[in-house]
Design a protein around this ligand. Structure first.
Ligand code: ADP
Ligand code: MG
Length: 386
């Protein structure tokens, strides 16, 4: 299989008739644990995938930016007048939005010719949109000769998604894409923005982390996401705290007793218990006990299914089948209402676990899933400057 860097370089040449000045890559990510905790000022634990988006770039001759992707048949041009939130729609809006956020932050962004190639699955909760934005940002900073510290870059990408594209996403995905290092997960405190690289040596532990894409996406996902956020805000308000992060898991019974509304109560229970599970997972990984984290993954899934109500039959079936096949732990990963599940298995059991899920899907009449095993990989990198 051709890697995206090879494709990006070749298609840059075909499209623009010259070699790129450089290639920049940013990966997709998977969240090991910590779902819907980010906007509650809580904890998340993602790691970067080897699957990544590459942007080949060079200074443009004229005043415009031009972008093309191997996934779309269009070439999109935009100029300074288009740097208005929402003006460039569709996939190129992620690119124009990064230029907009950089210009707004006072950077001299050089007009550029860009070619995008990616092997991150699109729309599956592995954050292809952030991979595209982060690769674009690092490419433009590289071409422009300015350096943006990782967390500042992550905040600019968040502005791109929230204000230019109009997606109410948090900080986790771009922080992972920019800051992860190979062989580690990134423990991110979404309040203080402190990060810690946590060793995640799956191979050394004889384990594999299976990522299985259920190929489902609920059409009401955005509205449901907004409702979950509102319930969490309501919970914090009832409990008199700035965010649900401020409720310790040991105080959970008392806190729940103060909430009349059953839905809000269950949403609060998910967020508070999930924050505790992230911290417990981090403690286990620091001690090199990867396998022992399995039950925490499974408990996270049960909490998302029963308390946060963000799973769908396909992801529940996949998790049940993976556990029945002997996985140490399994959960949906990502915002919910479809997308991917992860399962922690012995290294030689990953394929048979995936096959068990495939069989369960066939029996239930669901569309066949895709799967691969995840390797904790490096975040954004500059591949080469020619
Ligand atoms: P996710 O980030 O989970 O993959 P999103 O819906 O947030 O899902 O982002 C997917 C969208 O991002 C695609 O529909 C497309 O508009 C854009 N996108 C991501 N990667 C690329 C790419 N390599 N080329 C063109 N567009 C891309
Ligand atoms: Mg996205």
């Amino acid at each position: 299989m051709t890697l995206p860097e090879g494709t990006a370089e070749e298609l840059f040449f075909d499209t623009y008739g010259r070699a790129p000045e450089g290639l920049w890559a940013s990966p997709g990510r998977v969240n090991l644990i910590g779902e819907h905790t980010d906007y509650n000022d809580g904890f998340v634990l993602p790691f970067a995938l080897p699957e990544r988006t590459v942007v080949a770039a060079a200074h443009a001759e004229g005043p415009q930016w031009t972008v093309r992707s191997d996934l779309t048949a269009e070439t999109v041009h935009f100029g300074r007048d288009d740097l208005v939130p929402g003006k460039i729609k569709g996939w190129a809006g992620y690119v124009a939005g990064v230029v907009w956020a950089l210009v707004e932050a006072g950077h001299q962004v050089p007009p550029a010719d860009l070619m995008v190639s990616s092997n991150v699955p699109l729309g599956s909760g592995l954050s292809s949109s952030h991979a595209l934005e982060c690769a674009t940002l690092t490419a433009l900073a590289g071409l422009g000769g300015f350096d943006i510290p990782g967390m500042d870059a992550a905040k600019l990408v968040q502005r791109t998604e929230n204000l230019y594209v109009g997606a109410a996403t948090g900080l986790m995905d771009q922080a992972a894409s920019l800051l992860c290092t190979a062989g580690h997960a990134l423990f991110l405190d979404c309040r203080t923005l402190e990060t810690e690289q946590i060793p995640l040596d799956l191979t050394g532990a004889g384990l594999a982390l299976l990522i299985l894409n259920t190929n489902t996406k609920h059409s009401h996902a955005d509205g449901e996401y907004a409702k979950r956020r509102q319930s969490c805000e309501r919970g914090a308000e009832i409990l008199g705290v700035p965010a649900l992060r401020d409720i310790a898991v040991t105080d959970l019974p008392d806190a729940l007793a103060k909430i009349d509304d059953d839905v809000v109560r269950r949403r609060v229970r998910h967020v508070v218990s999930e924050n505790a599970r992230v911290q417990e997972t981090v403690a286990l990984l620091r001690a090199g006990s990867v396998r022992e984290a399995g039950p925490l993954l499974t408990a996270s899934h049960a909490s998302m299914r029963d308390d946060f109500e963000i799973t769908v039959p396909q992801v529940d079936t996949a998790v049940e089948a993976a556990l029945a096949a002997g996985a140490y732990g399994s959960r949906m990963t990502g915002g919910g209402f479809g997308g991917c599940i992860i399962a922690l298995t012995d290294v030689d059991q990953a394929a048979s676990t995936a096959e068990a899920v495939e069989a369960a899907f066939a029996a239930a009449g669901f569309r066949a899933p895709d799967w691969f095993t995840a390797v904790p990989s490096a975040g954004a990198t500059q591949l080469r400057l020619s």
